[in-house]
Design a protein around this ligand. Structure first.
Ligand code: PMP
Length: 442
């Protein structure tokens, strides 16, 4: 291997030889070597342009290669990288204040972590230490992270491996969507399911009810109006903490700062990561309302992380939040969410293999089906299908990256996307769905 710049083939070979890939059989991975990014586009080492229609992991919300964030990171790293928590820094102070300003209600204190899963882990700890109770209620179909506590809350058996979700005081409550159906069940039925579990378990044994405000990776499941408010009301009635996981749904993805804002609801704890720094650096946080924070005024919180409140991470987040504000990205997500809805509808009207479409802001998905009625997904719940693999291949060949997961094709571009770029992406999807249409005999 040569010294100096590595070729794409060398980068791929070394990465496969010496680094381990998540959620994959190591031999099956087929990565592209990426050199740089700019806005909604990535450029491979070989110079090909890729339209990023998923903001990578629904996380690079402001888009790639933003100099303002890069400069803030560089300046802070040059001044000071890291101090232990007996010392505090200006980026930490400013970011704390800024988050308190943009978060709903009296969520005005944050504990900084490295990423989403650790935010969830610390939300579990805070809820248990605050209430003195152990049980956590978590919903089916959610994803909360791959560390042990977050994984046990995750309501998706495909993620459990042999580590088994649940256990450790986690009790599952029903999803807002019935198994195998595309539309949500009636709000009252979902809420009744939650309340039944609370009564069976005994509210005095339960610390908190966790939910993803909008289930992300498992299908952009948007709860019907009234559900989020209903969970809040049940938590108040039974004196349980409500914990909203906004790791994916937060930071403008839905056209509001946080998804809970759509339903004017203030959870007691709220987790975030991804869009907090737009993934320029790893940083997560768990936010808490005044009454939770104050409980630890005169007794210690038992929990910590070396990289809590990392100064460079905090500087990256501050610069990212400034970009959302300066460029009006949240308003853009709300406006272009309507344009995305029209694109989705056109695909639904044209392609019999498109079984369902939904989005809130730029948080969207397309469900591919063999049949609309009865609703029959194009790939099994726990796998893929030749047609879905062909769709993924077509997209890659035509320079579009998005997440093709089981029978779903997610549509989550960076919030800086333009109408023209949306059109460019949807034209490629439109052509790809000829493949699935043929498979259903259309
Ligand atoms: N919660 C949600 C809702 C997520 O989508 C994710 C990541 N996809 C996590 C938690 C875990 O975050 P991380 O991967 O940063 O640990």
């Amino acid at each position: 291997m040569t010294s100096g710049k590595l070729s794409a083939a060398e980068i791929i070979a070394l990465s496969k030889e010496h680094t381990f890939f998540p959620w994959a059989a190591q031999q099956s991975v087929d990565p592209l070597a990426i050199d740089r990014g700019e806005g909604v586009y990535l450029y491979t080492v070989d110079g090909d342009r890729i339209l990023d229609f998923n903001s990578q992991l629904m996380s690079v919300n402001i888009g790639h290669g933003d100099r303002r964030v890069a400069d803030a990171i560089g300046a802070q790293a040059a001044r000071l990288g890291f101090v232990q928590p007996g010392f505090v820094t200006e980026p930490r102070a400013r970011l704390g204040r800024k988050l308190a300003e943009i978060m709903p209600g009296d969520l005005d204190k944050v504990f900084f972590t490295v990423g989403g899963a650790e935010a969830v882990e610390n939300a579990i700890k805070l809820a248990r230490q605050y209430t003195g109770r152990h049980k956590i209620l978590a919903r089916y179909r959610t994803y909360h992270g791959a560390t042990m506590g977050a994984l046990s809350l995750t309501g998706d058996p495909r993620r459990w491996g042999n580590e088994a979700g649940g256990g450790g005081g986690v009790v599952r409550y029903p999803d807002t969507h019935r198994w195998g159906e595309k539309d949500p069940r009636p709000v009252q039925e979902s809420l009744q399911g939650l309340e039944d579990v609370i009564r069976y378990e005994g509210p005095h044994t339960i610390a908190a009810v966790f939910l993803e405000t909008i289930v992300g990776g498992n299908g952009i499941l948007i709860p019907p109006d009234g559900y989020i408010q209903g969970v809040r009301e049940i938590c108040d009635r039974y004196d349980l903490l409500m914990v909203a996981d906004e790791v994916m749904a937060g930071f403008g993805r839905t056209g509001r700062w946080f998804a809970v804002d759509h339903w004017d609801t203030v959870p007691d704890l709220m987790t975030m990561a991804k869009g907090l720094t737009s993934s320029y650096l790893p940083l997560g946080a768990v936010a808490m309302r005044g009454h939770v924070a104050e409980a630890f005024d005169d007794r210690p919180y038992s929990g910590g992380l070396t990289y809590n409140s990392h100064a460079v991470g905090c500087a990256a987040a501050l610069a990212t939040i400034e970009v959302y504000e300066q460029d009006g990205l949240i308003e853009n997500a709300a406006r272009l969410g309507k344009v995305m809805r029209a694109h989705h509808q056109r695909l639904y009207d044209k392609h019999p293999s498109v079984g369902a479409v939904r989005n809130l802001g730029l948080f969207g998905t397309i469900e591919m089906v063999r049949s609309r009625d009865p609703f029959t997904p194009m790939a099994p719940y726990n796998g893929t299908s030749p047609e879905m693999r062909a769709v993924a291949g077509h997209l890659r060949e035509h320079g579009l990256f998005t997440m093709v997961a089981n029978h779903m094709v997610h549509t989550n571009p960076p919030l800086c996307v333009t109408e023209e770029q949306l059109e460019e992406g949807f034209a490629i999807l439109d052509a790809a769905f000829e493949i699935t249409d043929r498979a259903v005999g259309a």
